[in-house]
Design a protein around this ligand. Structure first.
Ligand SMILES: C[S@@+](CC[C@H](N)C(=O)[O-])C[C@H]1O[C@@H](n2cnc3c(N)ncnc32)[C@H](O)[C@@H]1O
Length: 258
């Protein structure tokens, strides 16, 4: 563990805040307070631009996005920057899309802050999974139908479908599954789920770029949606949800991406 410099962290601090799905009015009041007080704001490219409107005019804004397929700073560099600013005595806000506890490498940033002796606070946000349910006008759980909700990544460090996924759990017909970072690998996942016994008729919904003016939805079945998704090649981030609880989600006219 690296000891903090004697005079470095007297007033510096880090707040990891959940930026929610992008709609500014879905930020928590606490997140807005931290943004207004920040000397430095490090933000992901998935965090909506509106969030930065709360920054002080003199705050330093640093883009540290890690959008798949685009060059971006490595996680170690982001942690180093965040801790470095805090050790200069700055109030640092690190904005994550959605909730910081869901697929956001928050654990690594907490470790870096603690190793440097910098105080760190986590401000939760609305994860894309629940924001998508709200947008679709549905619930992720359903009495007697969906007793379990699971969140999974479809993207391993090499960009492939993770080899160690628990396919039995993911093929549970009594669960609603939210697949993050899965648009490139969903065809393979869907094939494996169906081979494992999950019905190809399972309701499946793709929500692209939630919280932005270009939000689009594709609704269909597990058996056919992967093909449509692969053909549509959506440019924005996509959350894929499947499970019987989504049966009532109709395709949204004018918003379908295919
Ligand atoms: C690194 S994870 C971040 C998840 C985030 N912490 C959360 O709680 O929603 C990025 C993935 O989240 C999903 N995602 C994030 N923002 C999204 C958005 N605005 N619309 C659709 N999916 C989104 C996509 O699956 C994307 O590939």
């Amino acid at each position: 563990m690296t000891a903090p410099a004697p005079d470095a962290t007297s007033s510096g601090s880090i707040a990891l805040i959940g930026g929610g799905p992008g709609d500014v009015d879905l930020l928590t009041l606490r997140a807005v307070e931290r943004l207004r007080a920040a000397d430095v704001i490090l933000y992901d490219d998935l965090a909506g631009d509106g969030i930065l409107s709360f920054a002080r005019p003199d705050a330093e804004l640093v883009a540290v996005g890690k959008r798949a397929g685009h060059p971006s700073p490595k996680q170690e560099e982001v942690s180093r920057l965040m801790v470095g600013y805090a050790r200069l005595g700055k109030r640092v806000v690190r904005v994550k899309s959605g909730d910081p506890s869901i697929f956001a490498r928050t654990d690594e940033e907490i470790s870096a802050a603690r190793a440097a002796g910098v105080p760190i606070e986590i401000v939760p946000g609305i994860t894309t999974a629940t924001a998508a349910a709200a947008y679709l006008g549905t619930s992720l759980t359903k009495r007697l139908v969906a007793r379990r909700v699971q969140m999974v990544t479809g993207h391993d460090v090499d960009g492939q479908l993770p080899a160690d996924l628990d396919i039995t759990a993911l093929a549970d017909p009594g669960a609603t599954t939210c697949v993050f970072m899965g648009k490139a690998t969903f065809a393979e996942l869907a094939d494996r789920l169906i081979a494992h016994g999950l019905s190809g008729e399972t309701p499946t919904v793709v929500v692209e770029s939630l919280g932005s003016p270009s939000t689009r939805v594709m609704a269909g079945t597990l058996a056919e949606i992967a093909t449509r998704l692969a053909a549509a090649k959506p440019a924005g981030p996509c959350l894929i949800l499947y499970g019987a609880a989504l049966a009532g989600v109709a395709a949204r006219d004018g918003e379908a991406i295919a």
